[in-house]
Design a protein around this ligand. Structure first.
Ligand code: NAD
Length: 308
């Protein structure tokens, strides 16, 4: 007698992730150019878009410089570099995303900016195109709901600098479907990254822990517990951190740090996340860190000079 035994049902085998062959990136700042860099090196044609044409020129120059550094360290060959740079096109026009299978949004960390981007973006996309946001803190469920495709919307949170840092946090919104998750997870692995899955709570895992520590370092400075170099040296040598918290804040961007604290404060309604008034003041002054030449350090000097 032959018994017909059906194989155990494996949900994973039933869900075919959509292939990602062409990528779009929105925002040519430090994160957008890093994401473009790793996608192009992994063999994917990339369209990079910014509102500012000069941001695109700067992004291309930064990418070429960073790839040159990788060539000098024998991480990639000069042929790899040339082929990767040739895969990148830039545009200020959303029509350029018509063929994209995935668009990764890496524009300024402001919810109204991102919402406005999605309303311009979605009518230009093919129906199957996935959208990922590189937001550091904003609700993926809420951002996804602002699009015409919440089931194809996901958080893909790269770390800075993207070509160097191994981690990508992947965050599903409540409506994100399994093929979208599997496709983005497969892409992250193709880019040589390690994936951590985070739930959709304010600031996810890394920034939920990291940015309140940075905010506390700014409070320590504000209250006169230590100077900029006192605080950074203490955390480098006393806690074995590779960078001090204020140096790291300048590297991330003080506007981004403040936005993340505001999202934590508003989203969790807990006074322990109150942004330090000194951080607010620095941002109001336009002292945003390395990207503007001044933050807790003044980068017009070599080595950078602490400002307090
Ligand atoms: P950035 O200030 O370096 O770059 C932002 C870019 O977005 C600028 O080039 C700006 O011109 C562009 N932009 C602004 N409005 C736009 C619009 N309407 N359309 C298209 N482009 C627009 O900022 P960043 O550090 O690259 O951060 C970008 C995103 O990545 C943010 O969501 C941030 O939270 C996230 N992120 C940042 C870090 C970090 O360490 N800086 C790490 C992980 C994630």
């Amino acid at each position: 007698m032959t018994v017909d035994v059906k194989p155990t049902l494996d949900i994973g085998q039933l869900v075919e992730p959509p292939p990602i062959a062409r990528v779009g990136v929105i925002g040519g700042g430090q994160m957008g150019n890093g994401i473009t860099h790793v996608c192009a090196l992994a063999g994917l044609p990339v369209v990079l878009l910014d509102v500012k044409a000069e941001a695109l020129t700067k992004a291309m120059a930064t990418m070429a410089r960073n790839m040159e550094r990788q060539v000098n360290r024998s991480i990639i060959s000069s042929d790899d570099r040339d082929a990767a740079l040739a895969r990148v096109t830039t545009s200020t026009d959303y029509e350029a995303f018509g063929e994209a299978d995935l668009v990764i949004e890496a524009a300024t960390e402001k919810e109204d900016v991102k919402r406005a981007i999605f309303s311009t973006l979605t009518p230009r996309l093919k129906p199957s195109c996935l959208i990922a946001s590189n937001t550091s803190s904003i609700s993926i469920t809420r951002l996804g709901a602002a699009t015409d495709r919440p089931e194809k919307f996901i958080g893909m949170h790269f770390m800075n600098p993207v070509p160097v840092m191994k981690l990508v946090e992947i965050i599903r919104g409540i409506a994100t479907d399994e093929p979208t998750f599997l496709a983005v997870q497969a892409l992250a692995r193709k880019l040589g990254k390690i994936v951590a899955v985070a739930e959709d709570f304010p600031a996810f895992i890394v920034n939920r822990i990291l940015v309140p520590m940075i905010n506390e370092a700014v409070y320590a400075l504000y209250e006169g517990v230590g100077s900029v170099s006192g605080i950074d040296t203490s955390m480098r040598l006393g806690a074995n951190h590779p960078m001090g918290p204020l140096e790291l804040a300048d590297f991330i961007g003080l506007d981004t740090c403040l936005s993340i604290m505001q999202v934590l404060y508003d989203g969790l309604s807990d006074s322990k996340y109150r942004p330090c008034p000194l951080l607010v003041k620095y941002v109001e002054a336009g002292w945003l860190g390395r990207k503007t030449g001044r933050g807790f350090y003044d980068y017009s000097q070599t080595p950078p000079r602490p400002t307090r």
